[in-house]
Design a protein around this ligand. Structure first.
Ligand code: UD1
Length: 375
């Protein structure tokens, strides 16, 4: 594994930061802002792989979060896992040879994260992985594979919760490489809450605070089978009759609905994918959130909003042990029971996990500066 070399005296540290898919953008944003605050110390190069490319899945996030225009867009687009990963790998390798960064910074667990990591380590460029050590133990999820492989060759492993460190130590990662820094996604959430509130999304959709639920779905385990989709929408349709369910539809889910259900549309308040601020504005005042996303489990915990996770496992257990999350699985009957239980009980009281305080990006950039700088 490549070891970092300190920069030449008074030379800025060249960081090539990689983002590719929607859940990466809110993680890379506070890091880019932190580099911008230290112009004599860092020379950031932002690479968008193009894994997500729709305006609603990509451009709107750059605008809402004030992320600088990417220096390079690899334009890889959609494809099978093999194709998508291979495209990023090939294109980013050329770029790394050209730009020779001191470190490659990757976030999260998407195909772009793994591909950029592989290209970098083979060129002996050390990798810093933000959101390291999360394990769902479900190797059928592509993100699970991406996480294990990325962590196994990264030099800096920046973690969001205590269990991540335990997982990494068990896998033989030397303790000095693991840094518990908090959660960059929550940095973004905390710094955008007020702007999100000002959009008045709840009113604009004709809803009232605490008077609606939010649903997001995109995992193959929920959307790829016609039977599962139909049964899920039956249960959620019944909830919608009592409590409006806002359902911003991911493009992959829109396709699956069209293919599997034809003209029968779910009886929910369907919207196109929402922008970051619009979605956050809704999240803050929801009575409950039903989701199969990873990040939304953390965002609801930070906001103290009840979350039912429609998956069999979570790689973010602190959201259950300290936060407001319950793992309910994918069986529609069990989901209905969990919804009813939540409707009858007082809202769950969680607490915000340690170091989810808005300063994770500062801690990460401090560590990179200490390890790589020569000022
Ligand atoms: C990816 C991530 C997942 C993350 C999710 C959030 C991997 C393995 N998965 O899954 O971890 O939770 O992003 O959204 O990297 N599409 C569009 N426009 C876009 C992007 C995608 O129409 O801008 C459609 C395409 O048909 C594409 C499909 O959505 O084939 C899936 O996109 P892809 O990037 O392959 O995976 P996601 O399901 O979005």
């Amino acid at each position: 594994m490549p070891s970092p070399t300190r920069c030449k005296e008074n030379q800025p540290i060249r960081v090539l930061a990689v983002a590719g898919a929607r859940p990466n953008f809110m993680k890379i944003a506070p890091l880019m802002h932190e580099f911008a605050r230290r112009p004599s110390r860092f020379e950031p190069i932002l690479v968008h792989t193009g894994q997500h490319y729709d305006r609603a899945m990509s451009d709107s996030f750059f605008r809402d979060l004030g992320i600088p225009e990417p220096d390079v867009n690899l334009g890889v687009g959609s494809g099978s896992h093999g194709e998508q990963t291979a495209q990023v790998l090939m294109k980013i390798e050329r770029l790394l040879i050209e730009r020779r960064p001191d470190v490659v910074l990757v976030v999260g667990d998407v195909n772009s994260t793994l591909a950029a990591t592989l290209a970098a380590v083979k060129l002996h460029i050390p990798v810093a992985h933000v959101e390291a050590g999360l394990r769902s133990w479900d190797r059928e999820m592509p993100e699970g594979i991406n996480r294990v492989l990325t962590d196994s060759v990264s030099h800096w492993l920046f973690t969001t919760e205590a269990v991540a460190e335990t997982n990494l130590l068990r896998e033989g990662v030397p303790p000095e490489r693991i840094h518990f820094v908090g959660n960059v996604m929550i940095d973004t959430l905390l710094s955008h809450r007020e702007r999100a509130r000002k959009l008045n999304m709840v009113e604009r959709l004709g809803l009232s605070p605490q008077g609606y639920a939010i649903l997001t779905l995109h995992r193959p385990s929920n959307v790829d089978s016609a039977d599962q989709l139909r049964r899920l929408f039956e249960v959620l349709g019944r909830l919608n009759a009592e409590l409006p369910v806002v359902f911003p539809v991911h493009p992959r889910t829109a396709k699956a609905i069209e293919q599997n259900l034809g003209d029968t549309k779910p009886e929910l308040m369907m919207t196109p994918p929402l922008g970051y601020l619009e979605f956050l504005g809704l999240l803050m005042d929801a009575q409950m959130v039903l989701t199969d996303s990873g990040g939304i489990q953390e965002e609801t915990t930070a906001l103290g909003v009840a979350c039912l996770t429609l998956r069999d496992s979570t790689e973010r257990p602190v959201t259950v042990s300290e936060g407001t999350n319950t793992i309910v699985g994918t069986d529609p009957e069990a989901i209905e029971k969990a919804i009813q239980k939540l409707r009858r009980s007082a809202p769950p009281k969680g607490r915000r996990p340690a170091l989810w305080d808005g300063n994770a990006a500062t801690r990460i950039v401090d560590i990179l500066e200490k390890d790589l700088g020569n000022f």
